[in-house]
Design a protein around this ligand. Structure first.
Ligand code: SF4
Length: 391
């Protein structure tokens, strides 16, 4: 799934889902960054209409983690999401039912090397299967996944994850146990519609942890009626407490870089990673390729740096505090991380250089002038999406 391996010996990954309208590009990106900072390895966004697909075209190149498009009912939204460059699809076999359409999506996903999750849900099971099994039983959920997998296999597509979620913990545990005996594919765990805190957390943990302790499951999502950041945190904490993921000291997040980038993000992020991890400080640090969007996208990080016009704009919780020459970016991050560890975030924010924000605003305006608002050439992708969704 993009750069995150799922299945086999890969670390168990944490997923969550945005609650914004996917057409709200800045709002969705802010939430994706917050989810990544909280521990999400993969984020899912709904792709429910043409505006959402067009939003994805702009969000995908700027997302720090792989993105999955969530598809219900509309095959054309799956095709548009693939066009937008998503790293994965989730299809609900309960409401996308035409075999010819399912095979069309699988073929196109195969051509693009994009995996699909067969996302069976007890609440929206295929009516024919519901009838045949007398309800959303564990056997019915697994049968729904098996039928969908058969369609995929007809077009030689096997790059598949499977989920068989139910809101009943007992049903979900039985369904996943059966799925693990039935399929070789990676399983995505979850108790669906688990509800608000704290009950939702308890239900999710009861189902997911039971299965993980049995060695079942490759990736997971808590489905909480809460800020999705709570889902990502819970997933991460569960894996750490089971000893399935390492405990985090430094959490370095970095943008993937895109048409706007002003620096070699990979090199600076690597340099920052090795310099900061030696300090052994539990801090979230963001390395962002441009000052146009970087501080906003990574506003949940304790500390970050964004590049702009040969300068590094240092920010704390999204607010610019200092501007340094480009070749001093990593040294400035190390220095500021040390001070935050000693004095705390609020004290450092109080001591910010008052002129820094104005400098960042000026650099941002100049960069927008130079590169325009469509530095990622998303308009061409959007044209192709329109042909899919309108034709
Ligand atoms: S270069 Fe700027 S817009 Fe592009 S992904 Fe990085 S921070 Fe976001």
């Amino acid at each position: 799934m993009g750069r995150v391996a799922v299945g086999g010996d890969a670390p168990i990954s944490v997923q969550s889902m945005t609650t914004t309208k996917t057409s709200d590009i800045e709002g969705t990106l802010q939430q994706i960054y917050a989810l990544a900072a909280a521990g999400a390895d993969i984020v899912r966004c709904t792709c429910n209409d043409a505006a959402a697909a067009e939003g994805l075209a702009q969000i995908v190149p700027r997302s720090p983690v792989p993105l999955v498009a969530d598809i219900h009912f509309h095959v054309e939204m799956a095709l548009a999401a693939l066009e937008a460059g998503v790293h994965g699809l989730r299809l609900n076999p309960g409401n996308l039912r035409k075999p010819s359409e399912i095979k069309l999506v699988a073929s196109e996903a195969k051509d693009r090397g994009v995996p699909i999750r067969i996302g069976v849900n007890a609440g929206s099971l295929h009516p024919e299967i519901y009838e045949r099994f007398g309800g959303a039983t564990p056997e019915a959920l697994v049968e729904s996944a098996r039928l969908e997998l058969d369609y995929f296999r007809e077009v030689d597509f096997e790059d598949v994850k499977i989920s068989v979620k139910a809101s009943s913990v007992a049903t979900m545990i039985a369904a996943y146990r059966l799925a693990s005996e039935t399929f070789d594919h990676p399983l995505h765990l979850g108790v669906t519609e688990a509800g608000p805190l704290p009950g939702g957390l308890i239900k999710g943990t009861a189902g997911i942890a039971t299965l993980l302790a049995e060695g079942i499951g490759d990736t997971l999502r808590y489905s909480l009626t809460a800020d999705p950041v709570e889902e990502a945190k819970a997933g991460r904490q569960l894996l750490e407490s089971l000893g399935l993921r390492e405990r985090r000291g430094l959490d370095l997040i970095a943008c993937p870089s895109c048409g706007r980038t002003e620096i070699d993000v990979i090199a600076v992020a690597n340099e920052a990673q090795s310099a900061l991890s030696e300090m052994n400080i539990p801090i979230q640090v963001a390395v962002m390729g441009c000052v146009v969007n970087g501080p906003g996208e990574a506003r949940h990080a304790d500390l970050g740096i964004a590049a702009g016009r040969r300068r590094g704009h240092l920010f704390i919780r999204g607010q610019i505090v200092r501007v340094v020459p480009e070749d001093e970016m990593v040294a400035a991050l190390v220095d500021e991380a040390q001070r935050i560890a000693e004095e705390g975030v609020d004290a450092r924010l109080a001591k910010r250089d008052e002129t820094a924000a104005a400098l960042a605003d000026a650099d941002r305006a100049l960069l927008l002038d130079e590169k325009g608002a469509d530095a990622n050439a998303a308009s061409l992708t959007i044209e192709r999406i329109r042909r899919r969704t309108q034709g």
